[in-house]
Design a protein around this ligand. Structure first.
Ligand SMILES: N[C@@H](CCC(=O)N[C@@H](CS)C(=O)NCC(=O)O)C(=O)O
Length: 78
Protein backbone atom coordinates (compact mmCIF):
# COMPACT_ATOMS: atom_id res chain seq x y z
CA UNK A 1 0.00 0.00 0.00
CA UNK A 2 1.36 3.45 -0.84
CA UNK A 3 0.50 6.35 1.45
CA UNK A 4 1.17 9.97 0.51
CA UNK A 5 0.15 12.92 2.66
CA UNK A 6 -0.33 16.21 0.84
CA UNK A 7 0.16 18.97 3.35
CA UNK A 8 1.91 22.18 4.34
CA UNK A 9 3.58 22.85 7.64
CA UNK A 10 1.51 25.74 9.04
CA UNK A 11 -1.86 24.13 8.32
CA UNK A 12 -3.42 23.21 11.69
CA UNK A 13 -5.44 20.35 10.19
CA UNK A 14 -2.24 18.93 8.68
CA UNK A 15 -0.55 19.33 12.05
CA UNK A 16 -3.28 17.23 13.66
CA UNK A 17 -2.70 14.42 11.15
CA UNK A 18 1.10 14.67 11.41
CA UNK A 19 0.89 14.54 15.21
CA UNK A 20 -1.14 11.34 14.90
CA UNK A 21 1.44 9.86 12.51
CA UNK A 22 4.35 10.82 14.77
CA UNK A 23 2.63 9.58 17.94
CA UNK A 24 1.93 6.23 16.32
CA UNK A 25 5.55 5.93 15.16
CA UNK A 26 4.59 4.81 11.67
CA UNK A 27 7.14 5.39 8.93
CA UNK A 28 5.20 4.34 5.85
CA UNK A 29 3.92 7.78 4.84
CA UNK A 30 5.56 10.01 2.25
CA UNK A 31 5.07 13.73 2.77
CA UNK A 32 4.26 16.06 -0.12
CA UNK A 33 4.47 19.71 0.87
CA UNK A 34 2.35 21.71 -1.60
CA UNK A 35 3.96 24.99 -0.54
CA UNK A 36 7.42 23.69 -1.34
CA UNK A 37 6.74 21.68 -4.47
CA UNK A 38 4.60 23.07 -7.29
CA UNK A 39 4.33 19.64 -8.93
CA UNK A 40 2.80 18.26 -5.74
CA UNK A 41 0.29 21.13 -5.61
CA UNK A 42 -0.77 20.52 -9.20
CA UNK A 43 -0.95 16.76 -8.65
CA UNK A 44 -3.25 17.28 -5.63
CA UNK A 45 -5.60 19.41 -7.73
CA UNK A 46 -5.42 17.04 -10.71
CA UNK A 47 -6.24 13.91 -8.72
CA UNK A 48 -8.30 15.28 -5.85
CA UNK A 49 -10.06 18.03 -7.74
CA UNK A 50 -9.26 20.72 -5.17
CA UNK A 51 -6.36 22.32 -3.34
CA UNK A 52 -7.34 21.36 0.18
CA UNK A 53 -4.96 19.85 2.71
CA UNK A 54 -4.49 17.56 4.43
CA UNK A 55 -5.20 14.95 1.80
CA UNK A 56 -4.02 11.37 2.16
CA UNK A 57 -3.58 9.40 -1.04
CA UNK A 58 -4.17 5.73 -0.31
CA UNK A 59 -2.89 3.80 -3.30
CA UNK A 60 -3.50 6.92 -5.33
CA UNK A 61 -7.04 7.53 -4.07
CA UNK A 62 -7.49 10.89 -2.32
CA UNK A 63 -9.01 11.15 1.14
CA UNK A 64 -9.75 14.66 2.43
CA UNK A 65 -10.80 15.75 5.96
CA UNK A 66 -8.35 15.47 8.84
CA UNK A 67 -10.84 13.62 11.07
CA UNK A 68 -11.41 10.97 8.39
CA UNK A 69 -7.66 10.64 7.82
CA UNK A 70 -6.94 10.20 11.54
CA UNK A 71 -9.73 7.63 11.79
CA UNK A 72 -8.34 5.76 8.78
CA UNK A 73 -4.79 5.79 10.17
CA UNK A 74 -5.98 4.33 13.48
CA UNK A 75 -7.96 1.63 11.70
CA UNK A 76 -5.02 0.78 9.41
CA UNK A 77 -1.84 0.63 11.49
CA UNK A 78 1.47 0.10 9.72
N1 LIG B 1 -12.27 20.32 7.33
C1 LIG B 1 -10.95 20.25 6.74
C2 LIG B 1 -10.34 21.63 6.73
C3 LIG B 1 -9.06 21.67 5.93
C4 LIG B 1 -8.64 23.08 5.61
O1 LIG B 1 -9.40 24.05 5.80
N2 LIG B 1 -7.41 23.23 5.10
C5 LIG B 1 -6.95 24.50 4.61
C6 LIG B 1 -5.51 24.75 5.01
S1 LIG B 1 -5.34 24.96 6.77
C7 LIG B 1 -6.99 24.48 3.12
O2 LIG B 1 -6.45 23.61 2.47
N3 LIG B 1 -7.71 25.48 2.52
C8 LIG B 1 -7.80 25.60 1.09
C9 LIG B 1 -9.08 25.07 0.55
O3 LIG B 1 -9.90 24.55 1.34
O4 LIG B 1 -9.27 25.15 -0.64
C10 LIG B 1 -10.11 19.25 7.53
O5 LIG B 1 -10.37 19.04 8.72
O6 LIG B 1 -9.21 18.64 6.94
Amino acid sequence: MTLKLYMFETCPYCRKVINEIEASGRTDIEYHNIHKNEEDRLELIRVGGKQQVPCLFVDGKPMYESDDIVEWLRANPQ
